[in-house]
Design a protein around this ligand. Structure first.
Ligand SMILES: Cc1cc2nc3c(=O)[nH]c(=O)nc-3n(C[C@H](O)[C@H](O)[C@H](O)COP(=O)(O)OP(=O)(O)OC[C@H]3O[C@@H](n4cnc5c(N)ncnc54)[C@H](O)[C@@H]3O)c2cc1C
Ligand code: FES
Ligand code: FES
Length: 480
């Protein structure tokens, strides 16, 4: 029987077992300090630079093989249980280079080399998951890796040329991974601190009820920084990543049903398929390694005022399914946030599922993200709109904004100024005045209060331009 207190994962074709694991030791600390595998680097320890990128293979929901790059600097070691860890050292056993490494050398894709292992791991993940990437796929795959000396052109060249080399023989990952399947959940204890990885929703709900002050860990892309940057001690961690069914994304007759532990990479394509106007915002949400670990549920539950998903989900009339013990209740996302980082979750309660209604045929939905960089940047302002016209008159309009208040929230005065009016410039100008009464933004390092408000008014004008004349879309869009 599997030891409840033993973390088991695959590394270089072998099953590794570790006992007495510190629940919040990061994968990067383990690699560099415990194993002496120093290929993965620490640049920022907060998921920003990509120097620590490794690749994880796992059977998602026990079936589908997922291969994805993640940031090892903010991933806790016990979350590796049941998965395969692939590091830069794994790519060239017997000194034979992987095509991604070979292409980097041939294209002079490295100077000081500090960023190089991270870039290679992102290229490796691309190689494994997309056999014919276009330029946009390559740019997106590398969006979480920073290089301060080589420049990106030779690295992008390497990405296009790595497919020319013969593919290395691929290992049968699923076979070894299936050996790691658990019958009983992982329960790590170390110096009085605990890490629980429940296997089903009943066990999860029971644990959260029993330990109402525990930290609920999903992808750890927010929580990881509490430990690496704020040096917080987490006494009890309850991990949602092994809960059966919680990673599922299903489409019913009425809505998209997203498990709270579904990663952004898994959940977002289904949302964007039904709402293509949200493509830019989700493409610019963090980077692939963050989206591969981070969950939509974590974004909503964290509830940062500059979180990106919530404005769009609010205008779509998204509902949250919450669970406490055996009891479930539903709350509209619009009513979920009470104040800065305060939400409707009660003690012992968890977010279980996210219900996003399917689109009605004649409704236009868009979202805009305004930040200093295109890739991998936190929004200064994030807006979303849902518009339904009856001829030239607005039958229904919703708008929500992030970055303008203590929580992401709707803009009721702006909505009132537009609903029932002609969809024209005069209406938009009066709505821009109303917008100034909806929010009193603050000044911080991302933008001043005045610029935040003016940018939001201009984004509303942009949305109007996009909806009255499709030719303007190309002028207003960032498109690369
Ligand atoms: C480099 C970097 C870039 C980023 N860029 C962006 C960005 O562009 N836009 C953006 O919006 N965010 C961004 N983030 C923030 C973060 O990635 C997102 O908020 C992400 O969605 C969090 O999900 P997670 O699964 O990692 O949450 P976690 O870190 O695991 O948890 C976050 C919070 O949610 C709670 N929680 C998680 N699941 C549940 C549940 N089922 N029930 C109750 N509570 C739960 C946790 O207890 C915690 O309070 C970025 C983060 C980093 C490090
Ligand atoms: S060290 Fe920078 S992303 Fe991990
Ligand atoms: S080669 Fe020096 S940081 Fe990229």
């Amino acid at each position: 029987m599997t030891d409840r207190n033993t973390v088991r994962f695959v590394l270089d074709g072998e099953i590794v077992e570790i006992r007495d694991v510190d629940p919040t030791r990061t994968v990067l600390q383990y690699l560099r300090e415990d194993l002496g595998r120093k290929g993965s680097k620490e640049g920022c320890a907060e998921g920003d630079c990509g120097a620590c990128t490794v690749v994880i293979a796992e059977l998602v929901d026990g079936e589908r093989l997922g291969v994805r790059a993640i940031n090892s600097c903010i991933q806790f070691l016990p979350t590796l249980d049941g998965k395969e860890l692939i590091t830069i050292e794994s790519l060239s056993p017997n000194e034979a280079l992987h095509p991604a490494q070979d292409a980097m050398i041939r294209n002079h894709g490295s100077q000081c080399g500090f960023c190089t292992p991270g870039f290679v791991m992102s290229l490796y993940a691309l190689y494994e998951t997309n056999k014919n990437p276009g330029r946009r796929d390559i740019d997106d795959a590398l969006a979480g890796n920073l290089c301060r000396c080589t420049g990106y052109r030779p690295i992008i060249e390497a990405a296009t040329q790595m497919y020319a080399a013969q593919s290395p023989a691929s290992s049968d990952r699923s076979r070894l991974l299936s050996k790691l399947k658990r019958k009983t959940s992982l329960q790590v204890e170390h110096n009085g601190r605990h890490f629980f990885a429940p296997l089903d929703a009943d066990e999860l709900a029971g644990l959260v009820k029993r330990y109402p002050d525990a930290t609920i860990l999903a992808g750890g892309t927010d929580i990881g920084l509490w430990v690496t940057k704020q040096h917080r001690e987490l006494d009890i961690v309850i991990y949602t990543g092994r809960v059966a069914g919680l990673q599922a994304v299903d489409v019913t007759d009425s809505h998209i049903d997203i498990g709270a532990a579904a990663t952004l990479s898994d959940a977002v394509p289904t949302i964007v398929k039904h709402y293509p106007g949200l493509d830019e915002m989700f493409r610019r949400f963090a980077s692939p390694p963050i989206r591969n670990a981070g969950t939509l549920g974590g974004n909503i539950a964290n509830g940062s005022p500059i979180g990106d998903s919530m404005a769009a989900l609010m205008v779509l009339d998204t509902t949250l399914v919450l669970r406490c013990g055996d009891a479930e209740r539903e709350v509209p996302l619009r009513d979920f946030y009470h104040d800065y980082m305060v939400n409707d979750l009660q003690s012992g309660e968890i977010l279980l599922r996210i219900k996003v209604p399917l689109p009605k045929s004649d409704v236009v939905v868009r979202s805009h993200k305004w930040s200093k960089r295109f890739d991998q940047d936190i929004s200064a302002v994030c807006t979303a709109y849902r518009l339904q016209l009856d001829g030239s008159v607005v039958a229904s309009f919703s708008m929500a904004c992030g970055g303008l208040a203590a929580t992401v929230r709707p803009a009721p005065n702006t909505e009132a100024a537009i609903n029932g009016q002609e969809w024209n410039e005069a209406t938009i100008e009066s709505a821009c005045k109303a917008l100034a009464t909806d929010f009193s933004p603050i000044t911080d390092m991302r933008a001043s209060a005045d610029i935040r408000l003016r940018a939001t008014q201009n984004l509303l004008r942009r949305f109007f331009a996009e909806t009255v004349d499709d030719r303007l879309v190309t002028v207003y869009n960032y498109g690369r």
